[in-house]
Each structure stands twice: as structure tokens, then as C-alpha cells.
Design a protein around this ligand. Sequence first.
Ligand SMILES: NC(=O)c1ccc[n+]([C@@H]2O[C@H](COP(=O)([O-])OP(=O)(O)OC[C@H]3O[C@@H](n4cnc5c(N)ncnc54)[C@H](O)[C@@H]3O)[C@@H](O)[C@H]2O)c1
Ligand SMILES: N[C@@H](CCCCN[C@@H](CCC(=O)O)C(=O)O)C(=O)O
Length: 400
Amino acid sequence: MSRVLIIGAGGVAAVTIKKCARLPEHFDEIYLASRTVSKCEALQAEVGADRVKAVYAVDADNAEEVEALINKVKPDLLINLALPYQDLPIMDACLATGTDYLDTANYEPKDEAKFEYSWQWAYQDKFKDKGIMALLGSGFDPGVTNVYTAYAAKHYFDEIHYLDIVDCNGGDHGQAFATNFNPEINIREITQRGRFWEDGQWKETDPLSVREDLDYQNIGVRASYLMFHEELESIVKHFPSLKRARFWMTFGDAYLNHLKVLEGIGMTSIEPIDFQGQKIVPLEFLKAVLPNPGSLAEGYTGMTCIGTYITGVKDGKEKTIFIYNNCDHAACFEEVGAQAVSYTTGVPAMIGAALMLNGTWKGAGVWNMEQFDPDPFMDMLNQHGLPWDVLECEQSPFKR
Ligand SMILES: NC(=O)c1ccc[n+]([C@@H]2O[C@H](COP(=O)([O-])OP(=O)(O)OC[C@H]3O[C@@H](n4cnc5c(N)ncnc54)[C@H](O)[C@@H]3O)[C@@H](O)[C@H]2O)c1
Ligand SMILES: N[C@@H](CCCCN[C@@H](CCC(=O)O)C(=O)O)C(=O)O
């Protein structure tokens, strides 16, 4: 029997819960908790009380509260789909109770827009000694992109040398400006300085200053900008043969113009300001004004294309492949009432959890996705709504 406790009841969690609920062979009992219990109740009503057994309010910034909840529910696995700020308190609660842990985004401190694995990797010995497992970044990127890299290294190359992860949302939600997942986390991510790995060191660029126009399968040519994304950090660690590793995300002109204005007037700042006698953080206020990402789903058209270009050597010859998925916003809405960015994150969280629970991916300690055999995960992507394809490219599409 397997019992999971999911923390978080936002856009991503809604997809994971619905997918888990359909798979009683992997998830016998599902429990749900979040800061706002009414969101959990709404999801429980949608999915059915036979599948989501009970819901709870929890403040996951508080490790002791999470620990008390774990002691009540006694899950085999805790799936963290709250925000990156809660990763460490939840990991502390898992350590205290001897519970396995999974998340989709690496820890970042609330008062500093900096995301890196050092904080979570620091739990390696503690998790190992306790005999429990943490699986980090089981979303799409990070997540599936790490698994694509491991799959390419296993089946297509003797050694991999160049990696370019590309993330295109070619969809149209009809809003002037909106983010597809938590606006605070998303805007903190894309306004950071760019960073990529080359010749054994990290190199920095000004935010969104390096552009390539790339042709995305079933979407077309889109302006793509170099950014830092967390999976680069673990992938270069686990594939030391990489000479260069970069991440690119597409943005339209309208999106970038809005972002520029919001940044220019200080609305993306995380420094608190005084407003009518109280402290407010401009970015938190902006989040309250922007559409809830879940609300974009109805009427959203077009698709995403996220994938990994890899160049390396096989039998002495250099070659490039592209492994990718297209995900259609409208099809996701029809299936689970969500848009494709929530879907592409929520499904891999379910798959990572299923592989942990049935022991296919197991081991004490803190793990990144590319450290396990990619094949069972790739099979489940095909079975559960995120089919992938591999293209052999004549040459790399990047000019630089
Ligand atoms: N790996 C990927 O591909 C990828 C892509 C998109 C999003 N993500 C990650 O997925 C996670 C969820 O994103 P989302 O769009 O669903 O966000 P969301 O804002 O819609 O949902 C977050 C949920 O966490 C809850 N929460 C926030 N603070 C809490 C606290 N202190 N205690 C308990 N619950 C709390 C909120 O109430 C909400 O239900 C984020 O960590 C995000 O960074 C990963
Ligand atoms: N998987 C991504 C999701 C973000 C998609 C970003 N693209 C922007 C582009 C919007 C536009 O140009 O209109 C988006 O918000 O969809 C991640 O890991 O961060």
C-alpha cells in the first residue's frame, strides 16, 4: 500500500493530484495540504473523497507544523508542490520523520532572488544516514530535460559535449501580460542575470541579452533568450564531459516590453517599501494584480515545445540530436482543466513519485533526475500524456 501527502494546491498540484488519482495501482491513498485549505477542499470535491482521503491546512514555512502533519498522515512519500521557499522546512520535516521527499523546483531564499542546489545538496549525508530519499526537480525543466539528457547519453552517444535546453511556449492566452506559473517565482527567475557553463566555468550575461531565433517543431521560429536555469547546475556536475551547457526560453516582444516597464518602475523588486503605513513587497503586490496562472487555461490555444539539443560523439563521429515534447494547451484543458505549463510540470511530478513508490528509482540520499536510469521515466512520459520524439539533426541550429 502506498500513501502520499501532497503539499500545495496551485496550478501544478491540481494536475499532479488528478493524474495520481487515476492511478490507484501507484497511489492507494492521497492526502492533500496547503496554506489555504479551501483550495484543497475544492480539489478534493473535484477528484472525489474516495481518492483524496483528507485535506489539511499547513504553513509549510514552519518545519514543525509539517512534521506534525506528517506524523498524523504517515505518508510513504511527501510531494512538495508548494513554492521553492518551502523546500528546506519541508525537507527538515521529512528528515525528522524519516519520510521520502520529492519536489519540482530548487530552494531559493525569499529575500534573495538566487536559486541553486547548494542548500539542498547539503542534506545529502543527513538523508543518507537516515536511509531516506529526496528526488529534486521532478517537473519538466528541471525534470524531463535532465532525463532527456541521461537518455541521450545512454542510447545515442559515447560522450556528450554540448547541451542546449530550449523552452518555447507558443501558446496564446489572450491576456496582455501573464505568467504561466506562480508569477513571483517566474519573474524572479527571468529577471536574473544569464549564466551558462563553458570550458569548465560559469559565464554570465546581462539578463535576456543573448538571442537566437530558433525553429520549434509544430510552432515555428521564435526569439529565444539565454537564461540561467537550475538543471544546468546538476547536469554539468553529473556529465563532466560537457564542454558547454546553456538554457534558452522564448519571449515575445509584447511580453518583454511589459516586463521592461514593470522592472523600470520597480514593480518586480523584492525590496519591501512603505505603503500606507505597512510594508509591502512590490513583486508580491504585482502577483496579486496579475491573472492567476490556473485561470488562463480556458480558451488557451497553441502549444509548448520543450526539448534538449545534444551534440556529442558516437563511434568517433560527431552528431547532434534533439529530444522534445509538444504539449497542447487546449488538450490539457480538456483532459484535466489545466494549461500546458502546469500540465508539463504536474505530470513528471506524478511519474517521479510513482517510480519512487514502486522502488524503480530508489536510494538513500539526495538525487537529481539524471542520476537514475532514464528508460522507465521515458516510458511513463509516453503513457501519461507527454510523448516525446528524437530528431537526428544535420547540424546544431545555434549560430554561436
Ligand atoms: N520544474 C518545472 O518545470 C516547473 C515549472 C513550473 C513551476 N514549477 C514549480 O512548481 C511549484 C508550484 O507552482 P504553481 O504554479 O503551482 O504555484 P502556485 O502559486 O499556483 O501554487 C503554490 C501552492 O503552494 C501553496 N503555498 C504557498 N506557500 C505555502 C506555505 N507557506 N505553506 C503551504 N502551502 C503554501 C499555495 O497556497 C499554492 O496552493 C513551484 O515551486 C514552481 O516553481 C516547476
Ligand atoms: N517551463 C517554463 C515555463 C515558462 C514559460 C515561459 N515563456 C513565457 C513567454 C511568454 C510570451 O512570450 O508571451 C511564458 O510566460 O509563457 C519554466 O520552466 O520557467
